[in-house]
Design a binder for this molecule. Structure first.
Ligand SMILES: Cc1cc2nc3c(=O)[nH]c(=O)nc-3n(C[C@H](O)[C@H](O)[C@H](O)COP(=O)(O)OP(=O)(O)OC[C@H]3O[C@@H](n4cnc5c(N)ncnc54)[C@H](O)[C@@H]3O)c2cc1C
Length: 317
């Protein structure tokens, strides 16, 4: 059994981009510590796993592809005995599974990490606190060490091209204490907000859901790598789905470009977007706090500025 284990999250037969990022973290950890790494993957994604990981353990989930976090954690707990480090992406599913797995194994967990450092063979996991103002380095006692990593904290690992043979492991299924009801995810051509390189985000300044076509038009001008996000009051008022809400209580993102439209820039909002490489703010109030964290700012009425920006992007592309 390998010492560093990545728990895969899948999208159909493929691995998610955030899982490929965690594989990169595993590869770096492996070369720093001189330990082997591999991946635990549900059997339907074994082939995809074999193209990126040096070792693959395939877990037979059969027809039940979405057994629920409780079931998944209890199955994983049966195969991690000789593992030193267990890592997974800090997506909603990842946080759910890792929390339950840590409880099964009675070990501490560093959730939602943004990186790690290895000094003299000792690992310290980095976690952002107080909206990213403080970074703490967490040393974990107990084995295995468990950590989840925020999406876009690492570049996705490249495919090796070859296919590694997987070892199939058999585990006992426990009777679940909860039942899982699947809700069909809205089909979108757009990337997930945590994985997009450009994010256009709308706040209360848009006045209502009927005005979101302005942002969608900007999104179309920016191309297929752009995704939509929103501030919390916007999702609280059901103008947009909760999955688009970014911030302290929403999703934490780190795109190359974040465009905040009609968003004041409250600390709770900034907590989830501060890792963006470049922030452009559009707001009619020159004193809006968002301008303090923005790299570029446009002071003006969004209903004039955003269509003009979309037209300018189309003119230059
Ligand atoms: C515990 C807690 C957790 C929270 N978590 C989150 C979180 O995760 N994410 C989050 O976003 N918030 C969160 N909040 C809420 C946060 O404090 C703010 O209330 C919220 O972010 C404000 O949203 P907003 O910027 O869309 O709205 P507002 O603060 O109302 O700002 C609207 C902005 O639009 C501008 N504007 C208005 N009209 C126009 C126009 N025509 N053109 C250009 N600009 C215009 C205004 O100048 C203003 O700056 C949390 C709050 C608490 C207490």
């Amino acid at each position: 059994m390998f010492k560093i284990l990545v728990i895969a999250e899948t999208a159909g037969e493929d691995l998610t981009t955030s899982t490929l990022e965690v594989c990169e973290a595993a590869a770096v950890l492996s070369s720093s510590l001189g330990e082997s790494w591999g991946m635990l993957v549900p059997d339907h994604a074994t082939e995809a796993a074999g193209k990126v990981a040096p070792d693959v353990m395939s877990l037979g989930v059969g027809e039940d592809r979405y057994p629920g976090a409780g079931q998944v954690a209890s199955m994983i707990a049966q195969v991690v005995e000789s593992t030193d480090i267990v890592i997974m992406a800090a997506t909603s599913t990842g946080k759910d599974v890792m929390g339950r797995l840590a409880q099964h194994l009675s070990v501490p967990l560093a959730q939602d990490c943004t990186g790690f450092e290895v000094v003299s063979g000792e690992i310290k996991f980095k976690r952002a606190l107080y909206g990213g103002k403080v970074v703490v380095r967490v040393k974990l006692s107990g084995r295995p060490m468990m950590a989840s990593f925020r999406p876009r904290s690492f570049t996705p690992i490249a495919s090796s091209g070859g296919f590694v043979k997987a070892v199939t492991c058999t585990v006992n299924r426990v009777t679940p204490k909860t039942s899982v009801h699947l809700q069909a995810k809205a089909v979108s051509e757009r990337p997930d907000v945590t994985e997009a390189s450009i994010v256009v985000s709308g706040g209360r300044g848009l006045r209502g859901p009927e005005n979101w076509h302005i942002l969608e038009d900007l999104l179309d001008a920016l191309g297929p790598d752009a995704a939509l996000a929103c501030s919390r009051p916007v999702s609280d008022d059901n103008w947009r789905p909760h999955s688009e809400h970014v911030g302290q209580t929403g999703r934490a993102i780190a795109p190359d470009l974040y465009i905040a439209v009609g968003i004041s820039g409250a600390t709770q909002h900034v907590a989830g977007i501060a890792r963006s490489k470049c922030i452009l703010a559009i707001n009619k109030d020159p004193d809006a706090p968002i301008f303090k964290v923005a790299d570029y700012g446009i002071v003006g009425d969004l209903f004039e500025v955003v269509p003009a920006l979309a037209a300018a992007i189309r003119d230059t592309s």
